[in-house]
Design a protein around this ligand. Structure first.
Ligand code: ADP
Length: 575
């Protein structure tokens, strides 16, 4: 610590010597410090000068005071030219106002602010500068320090980047829009496909339910005879489950006899056999799983699918029909038998007449022979001739009796309770083919809920068949395009008898025919026997009914018969 001058004056020389030494030491120390400071300053100068960042200081008015080489390069001018000039001269006209505002802000706030400014250099290049500035008071003057960072490239690359990004975004947007459009179209197509798939599934389900509800078996095979699909009815008909058939040869369903032959030639068999029967209904036999045979009506159709050819066989189990046909045949045989039985009774009345004729002829011829023999010279030739005639007549009688015996069997009546309308439907159904063939319009006028009758079903059916057959024969006589009508009617009369009427619009009966038609052996037909009506009448009468007819020439004929109901029968029995 230095003493005051007054003190120095009062100091001793020793003290002054000491003070001098102290001062010298102090001077040395200061010189060292000064040297260090200079070195530091140099270092700072060098740092300032060589800094890769542009640095410059301005006075309050914005005139350049100090500037490093990087900043000079940025401003694009010589150091001497810049010193003392206003930095505003280097600012791009577009940013001049912003620069002045920025300087004002630095001066006002005396804090650090960052701004981006454009420098318009003399060679026409525009540089983008990030400017970090701060203002401070140095002594009594304000000094503004600015640090320039050239961000031209960075900004340019940012700009380029953002342009690229914009372009990319634009392309992306366009692509996205395009994809959205495609997506929309695809969604629509998918929706449509889903809809049609749904419809197809629905159709398939419907088709399957129809196929499976069908009572006909449907078997689809390929060209090699392999079963491709079967419906539910096939299982009922053949007894195989679908998975026991699909993938196997169709010969599995064929009778052993055909199967053995076709085992190795199935494909050939299908190629030869199927085209011959396409579209036709064929009666064939099928083989069930249990080994039994089943009669079938079969139709085959051909169809292509996905470039392949398939055959679908539709088979109907006709066992029931076959059984019924058999029964009908038996029934008809029974009817024929009844006819013969009826004939026997009726022919008994005609037999006397028929057999009497040849017998009396035989008697006459033999008597004549006897007379010839009693002559003296009997004429043997004549006798032989007469004997020949007698022989012929005897043979004729024999034939009549022989044919009578054909009809003669036992006659039993089997009564049962019968619905007459039902019986009529059954009987007349046998003539369907005749009605079609001869264009006859058949009309049923049957009263509903008629009481049941206790009759021999077969016999009464025989009566109805005879009457219908006669009407059909009569209608056949009408000219070709005349309306041919036949009707059958049932009613209940006041005597509680059921009345059955068979009416036709045929040629009717002449008065002579009306007199004779109920007589045995009267017929106007070349192949007729003339027994139908007399048998019918006796059958009806055997049931305590009556048979009548109404007819006029050219006005048609009506035959009608009555049959007592059970209550009428009971009343009759009591009486
Ligand atoms: P067949 O039919 O064998 O001749 P029928 O006794 O059944 O014997 O009939 C006798 C005759 O009565 C017939 O030949 C026919 O001339 C006549 N006849 C029967 N029914 C009719 C009818 N509906 N219309 C016209 N003639 C009939």
């Amino acid at each position: 610590m230095l003493n005051k001058p007054d003190d120095i004056a009062q100091m001793t020389s020793a003290e002054l010597q000491n003070l001098l030494l102290e001062l010298k030491a102090r001077q040395l120390e200061l010189e060292v410090q000064n040297h260090e400071l200079r070195a530091n300053l140099d270092c700072h100068e060098r740092l300032f000068e060589k800094s890769p960042i542009g640095c410059l200081t301005l006075d309050k008015e914005g005139f350049v005071q100090r500037i490093n080489s990087t900043a000079i390069n940025l401003l694009g001018s010589a150091q001497q030219a810049i010193h003392g000039t206003a930095l505003a001269d280097y600012i791009h006209p577009a940013d001049k106002t912003a620069y002045q505002d920025y300087l004002g802000k630095l001066a006002d706030t005396l804090t650090t602010h960052v701004s981006t400014l454009k420098l318009g250099s003399q060679d026409g290049k525009i540089l983008e500068i990030e400017c970090r500035g701060s203002a401070g008071i140095l002594g009594d003057k304000m000094q503004i320090c600015l640090v320039f960072n050239d961000v031209t490239e960075h900004t340019q690359s940012e700009k380029n980047q953002s342009e690229i990004i914009n372009k990319l975004e634009d392309t992306l947007r366009k692509k996205t829009d395009h994809l959205t459009e495609i997506n929309k179209a695809l969604t629509k197509t998918v929706d449509e496909l889903n809809y049609s798939r749904h419809q197809l599934l629905e159709r398939e389900a419907k088709l399957n339910s129809i196929l499976n509800a069908s009572i006909e078996g449907i078997i689809v095979i390929d060209m090699a005879g392999t079963i491709v699909s079967v419906n539910a009815a096939v299982e009922n008909i053949f007894g195989y489950k679908a998975d026991e058939l699909i993938g196997y040869g169709v010969h599995l369903l064929m009778p052993i006899t055909i199967r053995k032959k076709q085992d190795y030639y199935l494909q050939k068999y299908i190629q030869i056999f199927i085209p011959k029967v396409l579209g036709q209904i064929r009666e064939v036999e099928g083989l069930r799983k249990d080994g039994s045979l089943v009669p079938l009506d079969m139709t085959i159709a051909e169809f292509p699918l996905d470039g392949m050819q398939y055959y679908s066989g539709i088979v109907r189990d006709v066992s029931a029909r076959k059984h019924q046909e058999l029964q009908e045949k038996e029934h008809l045989e029974k009817l024929a038998h009844v006819t013969r039985l009826g004939l026997m009774g009726e022919m008994a009345s005609g037999i006397a007449h028929e057999v009497n004729q040849p017998l009396s002829a035989v008697v006459n011829y033999t008597q004549a022979c006897l007379r010839f023999i009693q002559n003296e010279n009997p004429d043997l030739e004549k006798i032989a001739e007469v004997m020949q005639k007698a022989n012929q007549q005897a043979l004729k009688a024999g034939q009549i009796i022989h044919s009578m015996r054909e009809f003669v069997k036992q006659r039993k009546i089997h009564r049962s309770t019968v619905d007459i309308n039902e019986l009529i439907y059954d009987a007349i159904s046998l003539f369907e083919a005749d009605f079609k063939q001869h264009l006859i319009a058949m009309r049923y006028e049957l009263t509903k809920s008629l009481p049941c009758i206790f009759i021999d079903r077969v016999q009464i059916e025989q009566v109805i068949l005879n009457l219908i057959r006669n009407s059909i024969d009569a209608l056949k006589e009408l000219p070709q395009f005349t309306q041919r009508q036949l009707s059958i009617e049932t009613t209940l009369n006041n005597l509680n008898h059921i009345v059955v009427r068979v009416k036709d619009n045929g040629p009717g009966l002449t008065p002579m025919q009306r007199d004779k038609i109920l007589t045995p052996f009267f017929t106007t037909k070349s192949s007729g026997m003339g027994m139908g009506l007399s048998i019918s009448r006796s059958l009806v009468e055997a049931h305590h009914g009556t048979l009548h007819f109404n007819s006029k020439e050219d006005k048609g004929t009506t035959f009608y018969f009555t049959l007592p109901t059970e209550s009428a029968e009971n009343g009759r029995n009591k009486a």
